[in-house]
Design a protein around this ligand. Structure first.
Ligand code: FES
Length: 303
């Protein structure tokens, strides 16, 4: 068979570069947003297909287009059957392509499930509904209640969280609450109320499972890990934390208190129902949210 030497020519192409960019976007999207995953994945598929087509066109033009006058040399010994009229593929090329294809399929079959099982739980944990903490009269005005509850009843105690909840009275005829997370804004240790806590917990049953309430009258909150300290509104007063304690959104339905999503806070101005708070998307412990140092954390994983 005649050989035109094309197999030995390595031609330059931008497809690998484009494919690498799309794959990078896909991986970054896994951390940041499903939209970026979709765009990166789609672009990778399209570019990959174009790359393969282009490679085949360069190396085997007869497979993709029938060129007029294209002729295959006759073998030395006449074949038992007549040669097919369409495009042909040599045995060595066929074996090479089969081996690569099977390798890719087996590699994908082993890798994709493993990677899926690895990263899926991290995203599953983010999905939960609002947590029902029971009737409003369990929260006396002006007193912090150390409240432990389950974010997701189906997951049981592994989803149990603690929040410090204070009823501030009515604001414009609506109940007002201060609800701070016990997650330290330094490295995430559980902060404790700086003051006495009732030793007689009150247990109530809600649609979210059991909720435990303990009365407390803290002057603030402190972190046992590295000495971080916060005032009663959750503002940092000492130690390494970089911002105030995170807070929970809340809603009141049918006379019961529901906790929603968490959000981050730089500084709280004022107190109680009259506090002025600028909300930020929930940030990881240690991340600034409202000053120039925020620019050091442009990308944040989901929480
Ligand atoms: S984790 Fe709270 S001060 Fe370090």
């Amino acid at each position: 068979m005649q050989h035109d030497g094309r197999d030995n020519v390595i031609s330059r192409s931008l497809w690998p570069f484009g494919f690498a960019l799309a794959a990078a976007a896909f991986l970054v999207g896994l951390v940041l947003s499903w939209w970026i995953v979709a765009i990166g994945g789609g672009a990778a598929l399209v570019i990959g297909a174009l790359w393969i087509t282009d490679t085949i066109r360069r190396q085997h033009p007869h497979l993709l287009e029938e060129t007029e006058g294209h002729r295959i040399d006759a073998p030395a010994v006449a074949p038992a059957r007549p040669a097919p009229a369409g495009p042909t593929l040599s045995r060595s090329r066929f074996l090479e392509a089969s081996t690569l294809g099977l390798g890719a399929v087996m590699g994908g079959a082993l890798t994709v499930p493993a990677v899926g099982f690895m990263i899926a739980p991290a995203f599953e944990q983010q999905r939960h509904g609002d947590a029902n903490l029971g009737p409003l009269d369990n929260f006396p005005e002006g007193t912090y209640m150390v409240t432990t509850f389950m974010l997701d009843k189906r997951k049981g105690d592994v989803s149990r969280r603690t929040a410090y909840i204070r009823y501030n009275g009515l604001l414009q005829e609506q109940p007002s609450f201060t609800i701070v997370s016990n997650r330290c804004a330094h490295l995430g240790c559980p902060v404790q109320p700086s003051g006495p806590i009732s030793e007689q917990p009150k247990l109530i049953e809600t649609s979210n499972g059991e909720v435990t309430l303990r009365e407390a009258n803290p002057a603030g909150f402190s972190c046992p890990c590295h000495g971080g300290a916060y005032d009663a509104e959750g503002n940092r007063t000492a130690g390494p934390p970089v911002r105030a304690l995170d807070r929970y959104e809340y809603s009141i339905r049918g006379g019961e208190l529901y906790l929603g999503k968490m959000y981050s806070v730089g500084t709280v101005h004022g107190t109680g129902a009259h506090a002025r708070i600028r909300k930020f998307t929930l940030a990881a412990p240690g991340q600034h949210v409202d000053d120039w140092e925020w620019w050091l954390y442009p990308l944040q994983p989901p929480h």
